[in-house]
Design a protein around this ligand. Structure first.
Ligand code: GLN
Length: 369
């Protein structure tokens, strides 16, 4: 018999109550206990297929042409060095799960990965310590607030809520195994490089620029420490987090990283299993809920795929079982998401038939020749 957790343990009831931390833990506990009675059912994936390579090339070119018309948005400048990016830069790349690459424009211009690192560090951590502890400490629910919100932490009684906002990302990085920040950093850089299929390097200018201006992230880390959500030196955690955000990638790297999440954790170029298929599923669910911050609902409504943005202008989107799509265009919307990246990805989601909510009538087609 399916046992529902008592209403008082619902996630909504968790919010705004004094005993929230205990309630949230009990809710997760109760859900795990009931497990919805599907633990014995093998997870199958409806992968479908993408069009032939020449058609993908055409559609990538058309998506790029569509995106380049949009000159709205502004380049991030709260990390001073990011303001130096060329606002006109625009690269696009689709990597399918067979390793086919379809790219156009500035797909080989390098930029700092920024918040996109959060998705991959989260996946690596779940792989290393299991999703249960990460879920309990960091959570999986959208805050509905800006990525660097302090208010969101206070409103939720010190719970970071999800790993895609800065609070949750700092709590995630704090959990990465390693006796010292240096050991944690080695692990993160190595893991993200395995996702990309090549050794990723730190952009020293971005790292220094952000280190000189990241008082807010330091405040967030200290606040989390006061709530017992970070159990290491918060300054060291912020330093490792700042380094992970300063790793250099291009759109082609991000597409491969996305394709790895699309294909059960196997990098399509190297053939290495970087994380398990179950970890990919969990990570993609978190991205669908929170990958574009407070615009995540709009994004899911329009594009219908899990994605993750970064303030340098990167955007990675995952079509499960099919492909990774990545864009680089530094002009951002008010939430910090690449404008041209969103336009081009929306085009490709439609044209390549990737929206996971797209519905078609089998009934009306069945009598057609
Ligand atoms: N390093 C940036 C920060 O912490 C990342 C933010 C982002 O890409 N949204 O502020």
């Amino acid at each position: 018999m399916l046992r529902h957790p008592p209403l008082v343990h619902s996630p909504t009831a968790c919010r705004g109550q004094g005993a929230r931390r205990r309630s949230c833990a009990s809710y997760a506990e109760a859900m795990r206990e009931s497990e919805l009675h599907v633990a014995d059912v093998p997870q199958s994936a409806g992968t479908g297929a993408v069009p032939a390579p020449a058609r993908i090339d055409e559609l990538v070119a058309a998506a790029h042409a569509r995106g380049i018309e949009d000159r709205t948005g502004t380049v991030a400048d709260y990390i001073p060095v990011l303001a130096e990016a060329d606002p006109e830069s625009f690269g696009l790349c689709v990597a399918d799960v067979d390793g086919g690459l379809h790219e156009i424009g500035d797909s080989r211009i390098r930029f700092s990965i920024q918040s996109i690192s959060k998705a991959f560090v989260y996946a690596l951590l779940c792989e290393e310590i299991g999703h249960a502890e990460v879920r309990e400490t960091v959570g999986v629910d959208n805050t509905g607030l800006a990525f660097n919100s302090v208010v969101a932490i206070e409103l939720n009684d010190g719970h970071p809520m999800n790993p895609m906002v800065n609070a949750g990302a700092l709590a995630t990085t704090a959990l990465v195994p390693g006796a010292t920040p240096e050991a944690q950093w080695d692990r993160i850089r190595d893991g993200l490089s395995r996702f990309a299929g090549r050794p990723l390097e730190l952009d020293d200018d971005v790292y220094r620029s952000e280190t000189a201006t990241n008082q807010r992230n330091r405040a967030i880390a200290q606040l989390l420490e006061s709530y017992g959500r970070i159990r290491r030196d918060p300054a060291g955690v912020v330093d490792v987090y700042t380094r992970q955000c300063s790793l250099l990638v291009d759109a082609h790297d991000l597409a491969i990283m996305g394709a790895t999440l699309a294909d059960g954790g196997v990098n399509p170029l190297t053939g290495e299993q970087v994380v398990s298929a179950a970890v990919c599923r969990d990570t993609l669910a978190v991205l669908a809920a929170s990958g574009l911050y407070e615009r995540s609902g709009e994004w899911l409504f329009e594009i219908g795929l899990p994605g993750k943005s970064g303030v340098a202008g990167g955007l990675v989107t995952v079509a499960p079982g099919k492909a990774g799509i990545a864009a680089y265009a530094p002009r951002l919307d008010a939430a910090g998401n690449s404008v041209r990246g969103q336009v081009a990805t929306a085009y490709l989601s439609r044209a390549l038939g990737l929206n996971i909510f797209a519905s078609d009538s089998h009934y009306l087609r069945k009598d057609q020749p």
